[in-house]
Design a protein around this ligand. Structure first.
Ligand code: PMP
Length: 300
């Protein structure tokens, strides 16, 4: 029997550098390079019935991001796993969205990252509803951003860094067009991903998605579709370079992300995709995703 008090009865707690603090006390210094320069990295995770979906994969990706910006996280994976569970418990939230942030830490007013002696680590447990509920059945309209995804040789999109301005500016293009997501092309004009989601197309019963070499975040939901969901349903998946015509001519297009989960695309700009709503195979993938989560979200 659960002895947990209802969520609303408990004050929310934020985990900061090893301590659980009240939100009012969760403050970041104006000298933190995460704030001054977007110098740091993060993960967005989801708790389902007390289990953290693909927690190990997220912690591995965080470590890889940190290594690539030469940031040493002052906690082990086991420490961070424990801290996330502890924060969920303190917030009384089994179903939640978790933001795990590592900043370069407090330094001087200059770029020099190694003058910041200790990285800051923050865990926020909250809820998220990225897109309105009804769009999950109806399908979501998206646009193609004019702005390309930042080239890998400038800042590899595989690094989940605190600098999201490339994505935010594309998101503003979407908002200006009255939609909530934008497809981003790489500088070679190929499809890469969306501002906060990976992208897939289905044609003739086969799933296609851009390879990581197209310059994308190596999405954990994307990998779950490729390794688990599609094989379980007997749907072949191919990672291959894609252009916009591959999306326009697809039977179905869908997006994946921790916050978005799996959502169908009904139109790209003024071009309807497939049947103009969430397609049948996307629906099957979504149902399989839900079934796996409800059976006990895998944490590995
Ligand atoms: N691409 C970008 C740019 C993202 O920020 C995200 C996460 N919101 C994704 C893809 C999806 O990745 P994941 O499935 O790991 O959440």
């Amino acid at each position: 029997m659960s002895t947990a008090a209802p969520t609303a009865a408990r004050p929310k707690k934020i985990w900061m550098d090893g301590q659980l603090v009240d939100p009012a006390d969760a403050k970041v210094s104006v000298y933190d390079h995460g704030l001054l320069y977007g110098d740091g990295c993060f993960e967005g995770l989801r708790g389902y019935k007390g289990r953290i979906f693909k927690m190990d994969s997220h912690l591995r990706r965080l470590e890889e991001s940190a290594e690539r910006i030469r940031l040493k996280i002052p906690y082990s994976r086991a420490d961070l796993a424990r801290a996330m569970k502890e924060t969920m418990a303190a917030c009384g939230m089994d179903d939640c969205y978790i933001r795990l942030v590592v900043t370069r830490g407090v330094g001087t007013l200059g770029l020099h990252p190694f003058k910041c002696p200790r990285p800051g680590v923050i865990i926020v447990v909250d809820t998220i509803q990225l897109y309105p509920h009804e769009l999950y059945r109806a399908g979501m309209k998206v646009i193609v951003a004019k702005r390309p995804r930042i080239p890998t040789e400038c800042l590899d999109p595989a690094i989940k860094s605190l600098n999201y301005l490339n994505n935010i500016l594309a998101k503003i293009e979407a908002i200006d067009a009255d939609v909530l997501e934008a497809i981003m092309l790489n500088t070679a004009g190929e499809v890469s991903e969306c501002t906060g989601d990976n992208i897939f197309a289905i044609k003739g019963g086969r799933i296609h998605t851009p390879p990581t070499s197209a310059g994308i975040l190596h999405g954990i939901t994307r990998q779950f579709v490729i390794d688990d969901l599609a094989p379980a349903l007997g749907i072949p998946v191919e990672e291959r370079r894609m252009v916009l015509d591959d999306l326009y001519g697809a039977d179905e297009v869908f997006l994946t992300g921790t916050a978005a989960e799996i959502i169908g695309v009904s139109a790209i700009g003024d071009r309807a995709i497939g049947c103009g709503r969430m397609g049948p195979l996307t629906e099957k993938l979504e149902a399989e995703f839900r079934r796996r989560i409800m059976a006990g979200a895998p944490e590995d």
